[in-house]
Design a protein around this ligand. Structure first.
Ligand code: NAP
Length: 298
């Protein structure tokens, strides 16, 4: 049994959702504005179904308007883009996201490009990515925002710390690195072509693992006392063969948790760490978008 403090993302996210619900109520009472989130789901991916259902339920629980648009997997791209365009123009909608991945031959790049940057609550448009990189107010990808909240809650100031981000996707690794840089960290971004990944990780005061490779990061890759944020999610069959036969699964992160907690200073578990923060930050982004669209001070 190690010494690392376990960062309880589930409790943090619950408190954040309560705070957002209060702010939504104030926004409605003071300005008559009800934030609205539209989620577009294409095809029938079971994991995406679960995410989208949870997003809808938590949006309603925060007192916001929620819409889910389900399209068949073989929808023509023009129909999907027409829906995005309608939602861009809909005054009841302040946040709009398309659940990725979408089935081929739909183009994620063309879909993202069609989203109004003011409603882009996943922070994927070139406009929001550029604003983030330029230090301007932006809508920023939810999971990295959630990771920053957990880190700042655990560590306080991040100034001067060496942060290593494993993964360079537009949704996760790149915005994570930008946020850490803006918080005055020295940032290294590692990826599948990096040489000596264990050696790079061992330099990290803050290690953010977002590769999607189950338990790749071992205990001896971690600097003693480091803060370890495990973003990775891999769904495996349950350890119990009877439960596994019934289709039950378990979630595993990118970090070998038991080994890592013996070395790290702080660590997020999977599940119950970063995961719950993502939807809470999506609600926050929808609230921010609603305020900005209506010109209401934050
Ligand atoms: P992604 O688009 O597949 O990107 C994965 C990144 O990891 C890529 O940059 C890839 O490098 C890098 N990588 C893959 N294998 C590697 C290896 N062996 N060594 C070093 N780097 C490696 O995935 P993503 O959307 O960023 O998501 C990453 C993980 O986070 C997934 O497990 C996903 O399920 C999880 N996730 C969780 C949440 C949440 O709410 N908790 C939200 C978003 C994502 P290259 O660029 O060189 O290919």
């Amino acid at each position: 049994m190690g010494d690392a403090t376990i960062i309880d993302g589930k409790a943090f996210a619950a408190a954040l959702r309560d705070k957002i619900a209060l702010e939504v109520a104030t926004l409605k009472a003071a300005h008559g504005v009800m934030p609205g989130l539209a989620v577009v789901l294409v095809g029938e991916d079971p994991a995406s179904e679960v995410y989208v259902r949870n997003k809808g339920l938590q949006t309603l629980a925060a007192g916001m308007h929620s819409e889910t648009h389900r399209l068949p997997g073989d929808v023509p791209e023009a129909d999907l883009l027409a829906l995005v365009s309608r939602l861009n123009a809909d005054p009841a909608i302040h946040g709009l996201l398309v659940q990725f991945p979408v089935p081929e031959p739909l183009s994620q790049a063309r879909i993202v490009a069609a989203i109004d940057p003011d409603k882009d609550v996943d922070g994927l448009t070139v406009t929001n990515a550029g604003r983030l990189a330029s230090g301007l107010p932006a809508l920023t990808s939810c999971t990295p925002v959630g990771c920053m909240m957990l880190l700042q809650h655990a560590l306080g100031s991040l100034r001067g710390k060496h942060a290593v981000v494993v993964g360079r996707s537009n949704l996760m690794g790149k915005p994570m690195a930008q946020l850490l840089l803006a918080a005055d960290c020295t940032v290294t971004i590692a990826h599948s072509r990096s040489v000596d990944l264990p050696g790079i990780c061992r330099q990290a005061d803050i290690l953010v693992a977002a590769a999607g490779r189950q338990e790749m990061i071992r205990g001896d890759w971690i600097k003693p006392g480091a803060a370890v944020i495990d973003v990775g999610i891999t769904r495996l069959p349950s350890r119990d063969p009877v439960a596994a036969a019934a289709g039950k699964t378990r979630l595993v992160g990118d970090v070998a948790f038991e080994e890592a907690r013996a070395v790290a200073g702080w660590i997020t578990p999977v599940p119950g760490g970063v995961g719950p923060m993502t939807i809470a930050c999506l609600l926050q982004n929808t609230l921010i978008a609603a305020r900005r669209i209506h010109g209401i001070e934050e």
